[in-house]
Design a protein around this ligand. Sequence first.
Ligand SMILES: Cc1cc2nc3c(=O)[nH]c(=O)nc-3n(C[C@H](O)[C@H](O)[C@H](O)COP(=O)(O)O)c2cc1C
Length: 332
Amino acid sequence: MTAPPSIPLAQLRLSVAPMMDWTDTQCRVFHRALAPNARLYTEMVHANAVIHGDRARLLAMDPVEHPVALQLGGSEPELLAQAARIGAEYGFDEVNLNCGCPSDRVQAGRFGACLMREPALVAESVAAMVAACPVPVTVKCRLGVDDDQHYEVFLAFIEQVAAAGCGMFVVHARNAWLKGLSPKENREVPPLRYDWAYRLKRDRPDLQVIVNGGIATLEDATEHLRHSDGAMLGRAAYHDPYLLHRLDVAWFGGELRSRADLLRGLRPYVEEQLARGVYLKHITRHLLGLFHGERGGRAFRQVLSEGAHKPGADWSLIERALALTETRADAA
Ligand SMILES: Cc1cc2nc3c(=O)[nH]c(=O)nc-3n(C[C@H](O)[C@H](O)[C@H](O)COP(=O)(O)O)c2cc1C
């Protein structure tokens, strides 16, 4: 068997987590503008939806997004293989299998985090996906489910899946509790144990290991890089997207640009989207956190939230919101 393709290490240092309802193509284009070197992930799409659904919508992607990964949900090797092949044909640079989502809907479908208990099925799925598509097949997982407390069980899961052709693991470094917690609570309540991810990297230096979960500052992210191949940020990247820009500049170099300058760089994209019939609100909802913690940030958010859904809303609304951040900052 030839070795499965691997991902250049520089592309792994910084990534933005897959987030359902959030990391759609408009969001990813915005994140790309802030962080030219980040790896981006789609929302999870079920393999069945890729095969039978509205692909043009589900797999919508702009060429500026590269490198960008498609995250799949599912647990049927044949379907996952077919969906992975389609994803690669659509131009995605990686196909990632979700083994971390704890929602009831996902549990009923026997995929997501409950797959942590089925390493053989995950390995079979990964092997089928690797055989079906030319891009790297990766896995995003938890440390375990419910009361799993043994690192050896986690390691055994990883080793079985790695043997099937997965060379990169995103480790959301906490367990998923499948009973009694909402998905939101499952991102907050089970304790973080970064040491397991670090230990995995030490035990299997041949594997690419990305740390995810609770990373909220440049300092935290930089510390994770000392022990792993990369840091994946979810909520912090979404709510405070300028952090992505600061990380990108700190790790890859370049000039720190202002928030307004970065946003104005998106004007041609926004106008092209509007001309294609996309509503402004579908773009601006991802921009609301850009001035997080800054003077005028609340006014920026308010102007966009209140105006973007109105008929005819266009770029001028964004300029109006930006003007408030500029005057308020000047007035300080
Ligand atoms: C709104 C939302 C949607 C999410 N959807 C997905 C998803 O589709 N697939 C997935 O693997 N994880 C999903 N997650 C989990 C994130 O990818 C990430 O693992 C988690 O938020 C922990 O990282 P953070 O603390 O940096 O946010 C989602 C998280 C949020 C907040």
